[in-house]
Design a protein around this ligand. Structure first.
Ligand code: AMP
Ligand code: GLY
Length: 419
């Protein structure tokens, strides 16, 4: 099977790494990729937000399966364009991707599926925002309705800051913003692989969304992750599959817009039970790096089954014993205005460590052959071990060998869970 992977982050580097380990995958191409992916396999340029360009590349590369990593091409309709050309695609249609593309749409489907989420008001003026803030009380949660790479949400006890965020969203053209009830409790990311009818869950992971240690600083795309979650209640995956993932798949199918691909449930385990924080229409980044590091089953066959309506025929997934931890190296000033173009050193040394894999995100190779930063999140240093403590020690040993001027990373990824 020939596979084309679309995207350029550490998530795609993790997908490529796992696909290379599947014997049924005879060729993998990634577009547009990054410096790390290019060191492993062939990469080709593509404009990911142009569905026809993505689909044409699938034809040109004779792909049997296309795996679309990021949300932007999915929301633009890349999966539809690929399937129209008769090529199997792991990724939802444009309409189904609205589960991630519009938070208001997601709330609508959740209500049809009887899935519990935060109460919310969709507001179109600052006056409505102010009223909604006062109704829910602090901490205040204000969200841009559309795609914002994890940066469209503010959670704050400062009413002025909450209003200011809403004002900024409106100023940037958002037709509406959501004001939500605050969900108190640990967050879990659970991924389900679905063909639009059946869904199977992967192992859960936890992401660290804030930029700095102790959950300080602004929200980011994600600064690190670990799996498994030793503190999670037994049976959580089965419960959420039955009460959240399957009902959402059923509701999407009933609407005539079946969801094919990866359904990502962002959960909060509140005192009142499991609540949905958000759905995403694709693999999470950085959670994918740790989840796939633990997956033993052949990834290509699993994704092909989902793309071709055969999830019910899959044998149960197999997982490695032990744990995985990933720590993200972010460029100076990420997430506000990342500084790029600086040389990164120490990648080879870190990769040489036992069970450490340096996955690339925003990197590129210069004409001189240097690897330089080219995005906000630059590397995702991933390690496996017998325990979370060992995986964590290994990941940080890798991190400590890498240097990039002005970069930052968190020191507390998986710290509490491993103690
Ligand atoms: P979202 O873009 O909806 O995924 O939100 C990004 C992050 O903001 C989540 O992962 C949470 O950490 C936080 N967040 C979003 N909504 C809520 C909420 N209702 N209560 C508490 N935290 C939230
Ligand atoms: N790690 C959060 C996300 O992928 O949206």
């Amino acid at each position: 099977m020939r596979v084309l992977v679309i995207g350029s982050g550490a998530r795609e580097h993790a997908l490529v790494t796992a696909l290379r380990a599947d014997e049924s995958v005879t060729s993998i191409i990634c577009a547009p990729g990054n410096a790390g992916i290019a060191a492993d396999i062939e990469v080709l340029p593509v404009e990911v937000s142009n569905p026809d360009a993505v689909a044409q590349l699938a034809v040109d590369t004779k792909a049997d399966l296309v795996v679309v990593g990021p949300e932007v091409p999915l929301v633009a309709g890349a999966a539809d364009a690929i399937r129209e050309r008769g090529i199997a695609c792991f990724g939802p249609s444009k309409e189904a991707a609205q589960l991630e593309g519009s938070k208001a749409f997601a709330k609508q489907v959740m209500s049809e599926a009887n899935v519990a989420t935060a109460q919310a008001h969709s507001c179109t003026t600052l006056d409505e925002v102010a009223k909604a803030l006062d109704e829910f009380g602090e901490p205040y949660v204000v969200k841009d309705d559309g795609l914002a790479a994890g940066k469209g949400v503010i959670v704050t006890s400062d009413r002025h800051q909450a209003l200011e965020h809403a004002d900024n969203c409106f100023a940037q053209g958002a037709p509406s913003v959501l004001v939500e009830e605050y969900l108190d409790g640990p967050e879990v990311s659970l991924f389900g692989i679905t063909d639009g009818v059946d869904i199977i869950a992967l192992q859960p992971a936890q992401d660290f969304k804030r930029a700095h240690d102790d959950d300080e600083g602004p929200n980011t795309g994600g600064m690190g992750a670990y799996s498994p979650l030793p503190w999670a209640p037994a049976g959580l995956v089965e419960e959420v599959t039955a009460s959240v993932l399957q009902p959402m798949v059923d509701a999407m199918r009933r609407r005539g817009t079946p969801f094919v691909g990866l359904l990502y449930a962002g959960l909060a385990l509140t005192k009142r039970g499991v609540r949905i924080v958000e759905f995403n229409a694709r693999f999470g980044d950085p959670e994918t790096q740790v989840v796939l590091a633990r997956l033993k089953s052949p990834l290509g066959q699993v994704l092909l089954a989902a793309a071709t309506g055969k999830v019910a025929e899959l044998v149960p997934l197999e997982w490695r014993e032990g744990a995985a931890v990933t720590v993200v190296v972010a460029s100076k000033n990420y997430p506000d205005s990342p500084v790029t173009g600086d040389v990164i050193t120490g990648i080879e040394e870190a990769n040489a460590l036992l069970d450490v894999d340096v996955l690339h995100a925003g990197t590129r190779i210069t004409d001189e052959g240097d690897v330089v930063s080219a995005g906000g999140r630059v590397l995702s240093v991933t390690a496996v071990g017998d325990s979370l403590a060992q995986a964590r020690e290994r990941a940080y040993a890798g991190i400590d060998l890498i240097s990039l001027a002005g970069s930052h990373h968190r020191r507390d990824i998986a710290k509490r869970a491993s103690e």
